[in-house]
Design a protein around this ligand. Structure first.
Ligand SMILES: [Cu+2]
Length: 114
């Protein structure tokens, strides 16, 4: 039973990494993280260098703001993207990037500003 679990787990891991390209390994905020009021500095860390394509912040009411990526034009592992200071509330940040092999990658991170 234990062996079967290990086989399943390692197969899943192989599939994950085969599809991962340059996955996002960590972010600030992380998924479901609560950050302090006036939060204004998003951080995206990838497993390998990646180029940010589009970062959009969406409020709970659905209003969208696209962040300025003019300081993030170089592919790299870690990106810091500034926003206007955020008011308290629930948000989702949508990110799109190009991994170093040219594949598009994307994700979304829900978070809360206290
Ligand atoms: Cu790829």
């Amino acid at each position: 039973m234990r062996q079967l679990l290990l086989i399943i787990l390692s197969t899943l891991l192989m599939v994950y990494f085969a599809n991962a390209h340059s996955p996002l390994t960590s972010s600030v905020p992380s998924t479901s993280q609560t950050v302090p009021a006036a939060f204004d500095s998003f951080q995206f860390t990838f497993g390998e260098s990646a180029k940010l394509v589009k970062i959009t912040i969406q409020t709970e009411a659905g209003a969208k703001t696209e962040l300025d990526l003019s300081n993030n034009s170089t592919p790299q592992k870690e990106h810091i993207v500034k926003s206007e200071p955020l008011a308290p509330g629930f948000y989702t940040v949508y990110w799109r990037a190009l991994s170093n092999d040219g594949h598009p990658i994307k994700g979304s991170i829900p978070f809360k500003v206290r």
